[in-house]
Design a protein around this ligand. Structure first.
Ligand code: ATP
Ligand code: MG
Length: 390
């Protein structure tokens, strides 16, 4: 029996004239997400997107798993395909749902008839199929309000489909439909979650990672690549820019007051990330900061960090507790990687007593005295580029 996947799109419906663009973006993202899985044909008609496996023995579980990570999809159905006549519809429905109906006590049939040429009206389809199901499963009774199983028949221009369950999609809007954003990614728990949240709202991602070898190891950098790979299952392709940060960090350590090490480092990260963002057609920065979580995330510290760039900075975790962030990191499967114990450049030269209320004037004076301009140029001209794909 042939099975396909029927996609229900979400907020796309709200977008009026842009709808077509959104839909083609979604289909492109679905194709990318399905690359390397069994071959599928994706078609759109009558506001429904169909994913049709081209091989008899395609792995539909794998296809559904991948589709469940594509933003812009609210829900989807695995459905059996029937010919557009009642004999085929009833035959396929009985066979496809044998087990499901066998384990239920009550059911109802619903019909959606978008092919207006189909001779039976929706209530007639329900009555006929409902009657035959009752004849074949005499333990069942009909419950129109709260059935154990709802059998849905969709008669559409391309075919008739039967399904009895719904799978939750990833929600959000299609990646790319909101433009491009640059995530500052560390190996920690927070930034991969922040990346996922903004991809969910339609941003296509670039990533910037600061590495300070030999203080930070190749393994720490590989960990970030593995984290981004997990995020890319949802966010699609991501270009990662690794910034050589050693020289700058050593200069901070040698030439700046110790209690300002962290804040100056964070400001330089913002400046360099902004340069990369602008060069790569990205319109905003994204960080994993959460208010009050650590010394560099007090309100005055965030305000002082923010001042270093003139680009919009999205901080999707700002009002979230650590438990809420961890819950998402487990869901997107980044948690176990994030807790692997590799050093991050943030843990190199950390001051014993970081300023939790930095004064911008003094911070800027210290930065000017040290003079970072040339080093920033060197850092941005020595980026390492890694392409991450789902
Ligand atoms: P995370 O869990 O994301 O590491 P954190 O709670 O450890 O965050 P910080 O270390 O203060 O907090 O970092 C705050 C944010 O700064 C991170 O969420 C990330 O966006 C950015 N960041 C920190 N370290 C790096 C790095 N090495 N490369 C790129 N961005 C970084
Ligand atoms: Mg960190």
């Amino acid at each position: 029996m042939k099975e396909i996947v029927l996609i229900k799109v979400g907020e796309i419906v709200l977008k009026g004239l842009n709808r077509k663009n959104f839909e083609s973006m979604l289909i492109k993202n679905m194709k990318n997400a399905l690359r390397g899985a069994d071959r599928c044909k994706i078609t759109s008609s009558q506001s429904t997107i169909r994913v049709e496996p081209l091989d008899e023995d395609a792995d539909i579980d794998e296809i559904c798993e991948r589709i469940s990570k594509v933003f812009g999809i609210v829900a989807f159905h695995r459905a059996a395909v029937a010919e557009k006549n009642m004999d085929s519809i009833t035959e396929v429905a009985l066979k496809y749902l044998e087990e499901t109906l066998g384990g239920a006590s009550t059911f109802k049939v619903e019909a959606k008839r978008s092919d207006k040429k189909f001779p039976l009206k929706s209530p007639e389809i329900c009555r006929e199929l409902g009657g035959i199901i009752l004849q074949n499963h005499n333990h069942l009774s009909v419950d129109v309000h709260n059935p154990d199983v709802q059998v849905t028949v969709e008669v559409r221009d391309l075919g008739a489909y039967i399904h009895a369950s719904v799978i939750k999609g990833a929600g959000g809007v299609p990646v790319g439909s909101s433009g491009n954003g640059t995530i500052l990614i560390s190996g920690g728990i927070d930034s991969p979650v922040a990346a996922w949240m903004m991809a969910k709202r339609g941003l296509r991602l670039n990533a910037v990672h600061f590495a300070s070898p030999p203080y930070t190891s190749q393994r720490a950098e590989d960990k970030v690549v593995r984290l981004l790979k997990k995020v890319s299952a949802y966010a699609g392709n991501i270009t990662m820019y690794t910034v050589p940060f050693t020289e700058i960090q050593e200069k901070i350590k040698n030439d700046c007051p110790e209690e300002l090490f962290t804040i100056i480092m964070r400001r330089l990260m913002m400046q360099i990330s902004q340069r990369i963002a602008k060069d790569t057609n990205s319109s905003c920065l994204i960080t994993g900061e959460s208010l009050g979580q650590v010394a560099s995330q007090t309100m005055p510290a965030i305000v002082t960090t923010d001042e270093a760039s003139d680009m919009v900075v999205f901080r999707p975790l700002i009002g979230m507790d650590k438990e809420e962030i961890i819950r998402i990191s487990r869901k997107i499967d980044t948690f176990d990687i994030s807790i692997e114990p590799y050093e991050d450049c943030c843990t190199v030269f950390t001051p014993k007593h970081p300023r939790t209320k930095p004064v911008l004037k003094y911070v800027k004076e210290a930065e000017e005295k040290a003079g970072f301009d040339e080093m920033i140029e060197r850092a941005v001209s020595n980026l390492k580029i890694t392409n991450i794909t789902p």
